[in-house]
Ligand binder design. Structure first.
Ligand SMILES: NC(=O)c1ccc[n+]([C@@H]2O[C@H](COP(=O)([O-])OP(=O)(O)OC[C@H]3O[C@@H](n4cnc5c(N)ncnc54)[C@H](OP(=O)(O)O)[C@@H]3O)[C@@H](O)[C@H]2O)c1
Length: 291
């Protein structure tokens, strides 16, 4: 594969814009599509890229087409139909999807891609806005090994870890595991911090001591102090987390896994939304305990 294989990127949001930027900086010809055209124009100017009016136009002639949009339906709307990316892709090209979506939509699109002679990798990411900006995302992939091998050098422009976890849908299933871990961790940390405060301890001092021991976590290292200050503007929004937990709970209903804590935490996030926190970041669970 040429080191300069051409790429298209669809969805220049919080995650997509910086991710596509790394591809342009790596010297690849990039064409972009964004529903709100102004963002695509801004990207085209900043990175000497080309902005296309539809996903199909952006995908035309490219070796790889990447996307990072909101949910299952958004993903279907940029891939399928007469103006969708699949209609413009050349045979043998590979679609890499970074949206956090269901395993079912990944399998559905992989089947359609195969019918059209295209490859499809479901490749949700972890690392947040900061990880996307630093080019340090963890990418969880599902699909065929041959497609993954071709796609990996493209994703290397912005990934610190990237692994094929199994057939189509396995990337999305791995991302569900990630979200299930995070939901419980944040609620536990919220309860612990609220308890420390209630007990009359200096919660900040408690955190700086405990993060050296076995209670340490990424959330404790990076969010405990801001949670204590009720600062909830760190990127990944409560409404996105609820979308992800709904996907997890739906999958668990199918595979028989029990997710009592994730289901409960989802209800707590519903409570955060009720007090105006739809766009607060996920560490805002503590707000329910401080009222
Ligand atoms: N933010 C994070 O920290 C983070 C971390 C890991 C994973 N994720 C996941 O990554 C995905 C994107 O997140 P984000 O934070 O980048 O979201 P975002 O800032 O809201 O961006 C969403 C992007 O998708 C586009 N889009 C949405 N619906 C569309 C539709 N029907 N047709 C065409 N384009 C559509 C939006 O276009 P417009 O500009 O026109 O709105 C925008 O470019 C989500 O699945 C999210 O769960 C996010």
């Amino acid at each position: 594969m040429s080191a300069k294989a051409s790429v298209a990127f669809i969805g220049l949001g919080v995650m997509g814009y910086p991710t596509a930027g790394h591809l342009a900086r790596a010297g690849r010809p990039v064409s972009v599509y964004n529903r709100t055209a102004a963002k695509a124009e801004r990207f085209a100017q900043e990175f000497s890229a080309s902005a296309a009016p539809t996903p199909r136009d952006a995908a035309e002639g490219c070796d790889f087409v990447l996307s990072c949009v909101g949910n299952d339906d958004d993903l279907r709307s940029v891939t399928l139909g007469p103006t969708g990316a699949f209609a413009g892709m050349k045979k043998g090209a590979i679609f890499i999807d970074h949206t956090t979506a269901s395993a079912q939509v990944a399998r559905e699109l992989a089947t359609e891609a195969k019918r059209l002679g295209l490859g499809f990798i479901d490749a949700p990411v972890s690392g947040g806005q900061a990880g996307a900006e630093r080019g340090a995302l963890t990418v969880m992939c599902g699909g065929e090994a041959a497609d993954f091998e071709r796609a990996q050098p493209v994703m290397a422009a912005y990934a610190c870890a990237c692994r094929l976890m199994g057939p189509s849908g396995a990337g999305q299933l791995t991302k569900m595991v990630n979200q299930i871990c995070i939901a419980g961790l944040i609620q536990s940390l919220s309860e612990a911090l609220a308890f420390a405060t209630q007990a009359g301890l200096d919660a900040s001092a408690v955190v700086s001591l405990l993060k050296n021991g076995t209670a340490q976590s990424w959330q404790m290292e990076n969010r405990a102090e801001t949670m204590l200050r009720a600062e909830f503007d760190h990127g990944f929004a409560v409404e996105w987390m609820r979308k992800d937990l709904a996907i997890c709970l739906d999958e668990a209903r199918r595979n028989g896994a029990r997710l009592p804590v994730a289901a409960l935490v989802d209800q707590f996030y519903a409570g955060v939304e009720k007090i105006g926190g739809k766009r607060w970041d996920t560490s805002s669970l503590i707000a329910l305990l401080q009222r």
